[in-house]
Design a protein around this ligand. Structure first.
Ligand code: DXP
Ligand SMILES: NCC(=O)COP(=O)(O)O
Length: 247
């Protein structure tokens, strides 16, 4: 996710695998979704190999490693098992995320400030692979400063609170929190990405924030793909992002 002039779209294919795992079938295949996403203009493919393997499996990551034309953004919890797996696949990008076994989805950002030594060691170890390591954090100055201190070149701001906001004033407040976080992160010299819970109706305001390098989007794309197909779903999202970010 190297800094670029136009905002990038990272397509998260986790929930293609969610549908497959619901029945234990061979379909739908997230690897096919990744290739379709690339054809439709995805700038990268994001996968989150969860400890409980609820969606993406090792098999998916290993195949993707061989077939992706763009680049993999590998989301992982900070565990020895995942560190060893990342060392095996050496993804271009690694995003460290918090993980709770029972959670419905990733509920908040990684507490970097509360465990700096542990995250610093993980960032150093993973950076030795040649991977660009980012930290999935809340748009909070304390966490952003800690991310810089532990040596991560990039952060991904969790937009879930913005996506979940109900009233116009809550939406505006959460959007401002993200925009302030982007500005603060850039001021710290970090590459700033964002994502979680973004969909066709809320993405434009985030894409209009100057300085975001990449948006990672998954669930809404997979849902829309049921009706229009994966390539169209990705192309529509990409068009929205490009239009909003180039105003
Ligand atoms: C870290 C993140 O935001 C994504 O990986 C997202 O978590 C994927 O979906 P689930 O959280 O539902 O696994
Ligand atoms: N890191 C966020 C991500 O990859 C996609 O999250 P979502 O769009 O599935 O909520």
């Amino acid at each position: 996710m190297t800094q670029s002039n136009r905002m990038l779209l990272g397509v998260n294919i986790d929930h293609v695998a969610t549908l497959r795992q619901a029945r234990g079938t061979r379909y739908p295949d997230p690897v096919k979704a990744a290739l379709d996403a690339e054809e439709a203009g995805a700038d990268g493919i994001t996968v989150h190999l969860r400890e409980d393997r609820r969606h993406i499996q090792e098999r998916d990551v290993l195949l993707l490693k061989d077939v992706l034309q763009t680049r993999m953004n590998f989301e992982m919890g900070v565990t020895e098992e995942m560190m060893a797996f990342a060392e095996r696949i050496r993804p271009a990008h690694i995003c460290l995320v918090p993980e709770t076994r029972q959670e419905l989805t990733t509920e908040g950002g990684l507490d970097v400030a509360g465990q700096e030594a542990r995250i610093k060691a993980a960032v150093e170890r993973l950076s030795r692979l040649g991977s660009e390591v980012s930290l999935f954090i809340d748009a909070d100055e304390r966490q952003i400063e800690a991310s810089r201190r532990v040596g991560a070149p990039a952060i991904e701001l969790h937009t879930g609170r913005y996506a979940d906001a109900q009233t116009p004033s809550e939406v505006a407040e959460e959007l401002k929190r993200v925009a302030d976080g982007v500005a603060f992160g850039l001021g710290q010299g970090l590459i700033v990405n964002a994502g979680h819970g973004l969909h066709y109706h809320n993405v434009e305001a985030v894409a209009a924030i100057k300085g975001i390098n990449e948006l990672n989007i998954g669930h809404a794309l997979v849902a829309h793909a049921l009706f229009v197909g994966f390539k169209s779903a990705v192309a529509e999202m990409k068009a929205l992002i490009l239009a909003a970010s180039s105003k």
